[in-house]
Structure formats: C-alpha cells, structure tokens
Design a protein around this ligand. Structure first.
Ligand code: CMC
Length: 427
C-alpha cells in the first residue's frame, strides 16, 4: 500500500499540514484524516459516510459505477455459478478458496455445530407466535452470547474461528425455528447427510413425522441466494457489527446488532417490501401510478428494490437472481404474475428520466422476493434468509476486525444544540 500526500487546503501548503493519501489495491484512494483534528482542530463532517472509509478491509470489493462485486477478488457471478455457500463462507473467512481437505474439515466443523442447545429452543416460547422472524432472530442470536460467553476468549484466534463457525452453523436452525414456531410445527433437527442449503430447506418445510425430499433445483437456487447475499463490504449491518465489536463485545451479541440493522426496509428488509409493493400494484396498468408516486417529492413512497448507495449501475447480483427466478418458475411450472409486473416496472423505470438521472437501477432485492416466494418461503422469512447468508460476511468482518483492531469506534459530531446556559435559580 503506497503513501502520497495531499495538501489539506486547510492552511498553507506545508509538510506539517499535509495529509497522507492511502492507496488500496483497487478503488478510490483515501485521504487519511486521522490527524486532522489534532493538527487543525477541525472535524470531517460526513453523515451517512458517503465519502468516508471507516476501515481497511481485504474481504469484499464493490465498484458501484461499473457494477462489479468481488469476494476476495473473485467475481460474484463466477462464485454463484461454480461455487457453493460453504466454500464461499470459507473464502470470506480465510481469504483463499479451500482445497478438498480444507473444505471437508470446514464442512465437518459446521456440521458439528449446527444443533441448537435445547435450552435455546425454549426462548422461542417467550415470543408471541406471530412475532416477526427477524424480531425472534435478534433475540435468539443475542441470547447465544449467554451460552458461549465464559468458554470463549476473543483474544484467542482458535476461539474466534470457533465462534464464527458456530454462528454460520446455527443460523439456518435459528431462522427455521423462528418460522416453525410461528406455525406451531415441531422443529426438525439438522441432517448432516444434506448440504447446507438442503438442510435449511428440510428444517423449514419438513415435518418431523414424515419424509421430506429436498428438490435439488430449489436447494441450488437457495444456495445461490446465500452466495449472493453473503457479503457486501461496509453496508449498514456490517458496519454495525464492526462498531459493536470495536468495544470487545461478545460476537453473538455483535451479530444480533447486525441482524437488527439488516431488518430495516432501506437494507435487508427491502426484499419483503418489494413483494408487498408488487402485490399492491396488482396489475401492470397500475405501474404508471406507482412510478409517479416514486417521483413525487411530497410523497415518502420509494420504488422498493431500486437504487443503491454504492451501485450507480446494474447490481450484478440482480441479474443472477432474475435468471434464477425464471429457472425456478419454469422448473415448478409456475407462472407468477408478479414477475411480469416486476419486469414491466423495471423496463418503464429504466426508461424514465427521473431514474436515469439519479442512476437508480434494480438492486439484489428486486427479484429475490419473487424467487423466494416461488420456492415457498413466506414473505416475512425473506429477510431472515438474507440474515443467514450475511452471517458469513459479518463473521468474516468480525474476525478481520479482531486482527487489525484500531480501538473502539467513537465518531464525533457537529454540535448544533444550545450553548452553555445555567439552571435558573429557584425563587
Ligand atoms: N425510489 C424513488 N426515488 C429514489 C429511490 C427509490 N427507490 N432511491 C433513491 N431515490 C432518489 C432520492 O429520492 C433522491 O432524489 P433527490 O436527489 O431528488 O433528492 C436520489 O434518488 C438519491 O437518493 P438517496 O436517498 O440520497 O440515495 P441513498 O444512497 O441514500 O439510498 C437506498 C440508497 C437503497 C436507501 C435508496 O435507493 C432506497 O431507499 N431504495 C429503496 C429501498 C431498497 O431497495 N433497499 C435495498 C438496498 S440493496 C440491499 C441492501 O443493501 O441491503
């Protein structure tokens, strides 16, 4: 990583007043402003972090202008086509693709840890049965910290890897239980004869009292969804995990914080919101009304599944998901009218000046809801599937942060409140 210097433009050009420019391996350089407050008494103001690199990371690279997404250097579409979720989780965590024996050992350790402690299952009974699965997941994943707190030392690299593996291993069981609890069906145990995605499907949709045959096409489609959602550099939920972790907090509690952040409709909750929007649209003839609402500044409505903070081009994940949705619908012999509405909506929006000017393209969530619905997932489980996938990314970022911690994250603020005043004397 090279070092250049720019003048801060805050005072006269002078070595003392120059700030280093850091060069990554790809993407924009970053001005290192860490010494700015000390040298100039000034803070950088960047709410929403539009121009701020909050950390160095070697995990995922996004070029939003070109529509590129790489995990450890590998393009997302190649991984979606040739890899599988467990291999991708290994790649994200350790930086390289595993060889056969590394992959077998990693898979075996996931299988070793995919059961939930029976006491964890009793937590579910504290929730209303109609609780949103994401609410349940925030609670249950946070509660895992009570199970593994004392036996884990986050300063020990082996304990850290174990915590990451436990999280990746248990998340499908936790997500599936949040659904089976809501419908009152006893939860199936994981079956180690099945791969990760097939196991998730059998726990979600299988009943313990009869055989459940996993459809390999659906398992492959789910595995692809998991790969596509596994990481996305410093998004809101990952940054939340990193910030929580910067204080040395328990990893399960940090991931629970990430799940909470993911739930919002501007982030992982968008897949659920897209489907609700398509159902509300109901028929293609209502599309112009919806487009008009999205453009109306006096209306808070946004076209869900469109736009992205980073992508100012097609989200490379949306193309893979759209293709997968078509394949699954064809395989199941289903003809979802919502797919037609989505495709027409996309076509109209992409020709509209408002969306062109603002570079608003379909994102990963635009078609993922249609695909998950075709596979039988209830709408309120969509974001839970996202959480299962993103756990691989969160865990990898948590591990990376432990290696290169820069101390506790402590943003500053531009104070705009009252200046000093004194408490009135009582008469
Ligand atoms: N519909 C209508 N207008 C939009 C939309 C949209 N979906 N997204 C952005 N805009 C407009 C926005 O009103 C603003 O217009 P103007 O410049 O006239 O004020 C302009 O585009 C820039 O918007 P922004 O809010 O500054 O953009 P952002 O980078 O802060 O927001 C976003 C990114 C994803 C939150 C936003 O595009 C959005 O709310 N999209 C819908 C929700 C969604 O699909 N979220 C999933 C994101 S991908 C999955 C994930 O990362 O979790």
């Amino acid at each position: 990583m090279g070092k250049k210097y720019v003048n801060a433009a805050l005072s006269e050009s002078h070595d003392k007043n120059s700030m280093p420019v850091l060069e990554g391996t790809m993407g924009p350089h970053a001005v290192d402003i860490q010494a700015m407050y000390e040298q100039h008494g000034l803070l950088a103001f960047d709410p929403g972090f539009r121009s701020t690199a909050s950390c160095k990371s070697a995990i995922t690279f996004v070029d939003g202008g070109a529509g590129v997404l790489l995990y450890r250097g590998y393009p997302i579409d190649e991984l979606a086509q040739h890899s599988n979720f467990v291999e991708v989780a290994y790649l994200l965590m350790f930086g390289e693709l595993p060889d056969d024996s590394e992959l077998a050992r990693f898979r075996a350790s996931i299988e070793q840890h995919n059961l939930l402690h029976e006491q964890v299952l009793s937590f579910y009974h504290g929730f209303r049965r109609d609780a949103h699965p994401m609410a349940v997941m925030v609670g249950v994943v946070g509660a895992l910290s009570a199970f593994y707190h004392d036996i884990m030392d986050i300063r020990d690299p082996r304990d850290r890897i174990n915590a990451a593996i436990r999280l990746i291993a248990k998340m499908p069981s936790i997500a599936a239980a949040s659904y089976t609890y809501s419908i009152g069906r006893p939860q199936r145990y994981p079956n180690n004869n099945l791969d990760y995605a097939s196991n998730f499907l059998q726990m979600l949709f299988g009943a313990p009292n009869k055989e459940y045959e996993v459809d390999p096409i659906l398992a492959r489609a789910l595995d692809r969804i998991l790969i596509l959602h596994a990481d996305h550099e410093q998004n809101a939920s990952t940054s939340t995990v990193r910030m929580a972790a910067s204080s040395g907090a328990n990893p399960f509690a940090c991931i629970a914080a990430g799940i909470a952040s993911l739930w919002g409709p501007a982030h992982g909750g968008a897949n659920e919101a897209v489907l609700k929007m398509l159902v509300d649209i109901g028929t293609p003839k209502n599309i112009p009304k919806v487009i008009a609402r999205a453009k109306d500044k006096s209306d808070s409505f946004r076209l869900m599944g469109f736009g992205h903070r980073i992508y100012k081009n097609f989200d490379p994940r949306s193309k893979v998901i759209q293709q997968s949705a078509r394949e699954v619908l064809a395989h199941l012999g289903k003809d979802d009218p919502l797919l037609d509405i989505a495709m027409q909506l996309e076509e109209i929006a992409l020709k509209d000046e408002y969306f062109i000017e603002r570079k608003l393209y379909p994102n990963v969530d635009f078609y993922s809801g249609i695909l998950l619905r075709a596979m039988g997932f209830p709408v309120n489980m969509f974001t839970a599937v996202f959480a299962v996938a993103r756990t691989a990314g969160w865990a990898s970022h948590w591990l990376e942060l432990q290696e290169e911690s820069h101390g506790i994250d402590r943003p500053r603020q531009l104070y705009i409140g009252k200046t000093l005043r004194h408490y009135p004397k009582k008469k």
